[in-house]
Write a protein that binds this ligand. Structure first.
Ligand code: NAD
Length: 339
């Protein structure tokens, strides 16, 4: 982007969940693109908060990046922020993610994902901020949807509190669109992976086992095949959605739901084999009981039509980039720790 283009198109963007996996990458991209970013995060304990502080540490030094520590449910904090900064756009990523954690603590999941979203929407309405990118999830499709998963599907049978909370978030966004002219892209992310990914993903668990030369369990207890989306693809989709919203005429609000997935399901066996090839170790697979159930692949035609983009990073390539990053981090840690 030229200096003139940057000045012309630069936005003031609030990113919630900015210190998380997707959020920290997105903040880097947005500041590099010339935008000013306010990153709100409460550094919750879903996984080690120290990892989140590390995620945001580099971009936190950028002159156009402002890190705000706090909770998206905190109305006083939101009023302070929106009363001070005339935001052009909000990207709402803050959430309690994960299916099983939502089964263990549905109340917390509801409170953060639904009440938090509602509070943000209402604050946006009061301060006349009219553009939102909302992080939804492929989990809203439930277990019975036909492949490939298309946004046409009713998504009316969520099978976990997390899925229900994300679908509720989408529905709330729609009502703010309908009543108050909010323009919204709901991005249904399909399992995002890559540098800084959340520790709870199967990729991390398999990598640890393979490196320890332990057998990798290939048996199902829950979903065993996933449509994996590389973080760079997820960030590209989110930043395109933000730019697209900026370009809309103010009197023609839109509400769109878009799948952000690669479009191919990787089963547990392929996952283990790809990781072992990248690591250069022989995988020992332990096959056992349990039902093998795949999620379906994303239909990305609407994403392509709407944003002119389709996730394209091949899984094997994405995994080798991830492993390279992991090895760099580990060797930096060894150097820092010293002899
Ligand atoms: P993450 O847990 O790494 O990031 C979420 C961030 O939100 C964390 O830094 C957390 O501290 C913050 N947060 C949580 N509650 C908050 C609150 N009340 N106030 C302020 N900040 C709060 O997760 P992620 O993988 O980066 O996911 C980002 C978004 O994308 C989430 O909404 C998630 O549901 C959605 N999503 C992610 C995936 C994926 O595979 N990573 C897939 C589908 C949807």
């Amino acid at each position: 982007m030229s200096a003139v283009e940057t000045a012309d198109r630069a936005m003031r963007i609030l990113v919630t969940g900015a210190a998380g996996f997707i959020g920290s990458h997105l903040c880097e991209r947005l500041t590099n693109d010339g935008h000013s970013v306010w990153g709100l995060d409460n550094f919750d304990d879903f996984y080690d908060p120290e990892l989140k502080r590390r995620n945001i540490s580099r971009v936190g030094l950028h002159p156009r990046m402002h890190v705000v520590e706090g909770d998206v449910r905190d109305q006083i904090l939101l009023d302070g922020l929106f009363g001070t900064v005339p935001f052009d756009l909000v990207i709402h990523l803050a959430a309690r993610p994960g299916v099983q954690p939502s089964v263990n603590d549905p109340g917390l999941c509801y409170d953060v994902n639904v009440t938090g979203t509602l509070r943000l929407l209402e604050t946006m309405r009061r301060y006349r901020v009219s553009r939102l990118v909302f992080a939804s999830s492929s989990s809203v499709y439930g277990d019975d949807a036909a492949e490939p998963l298309s946004e046409e599907h009713a998504a009316g049978t969520p099978s976990s509190p997390y899925a229900a909370s994300k679908r509720s978030g989408e529905l709330l966004c729609h009502s703010w669109h309908h009543r108050w002219g909010l323009s919204v892209y709901c991005l249904r992310f399909f399992t995002v992976y890559g540098p800084r990914q959340r520790p709870d993903l199967a990729i991390n668990q398999f990598l640890t086992l393979l490196r320890q030369k332990k057998p990798v369990p290939i048996h199902g207890d829950g979903v065993t095949g996933l449509d994996y989306t590389h973080i760079d693809d997820a960030v590209e989709a989110a930043s395109r959605a933000a730019v697209q919203l900026r370009q809309l005429p103010p009197n023609a609000p839109i509400f769109r739901i878009l799948n952000v997935g690669h479009g191919r399901v990787i089963g547990l066996e392929e996952l283990a084999e790809t990781l072992s090839r990248v690591l250069g170790v022989k995988a020992r697979l332990s096959r056992g009981g349990g039902g093998m159930r795949n999620t379906q692949a994303a239909d990305t035609s609407r994403l392509e039509e709407e944003l002119g983009y389709r996730p394209r990073i091949d899984f094997a390539d994405g995994v080798s980039r991830y492993v390279e990053w992991l090895e760099e981090v580990e060797s930096a840690e060894v150097v820092t720790a010293g002899p």
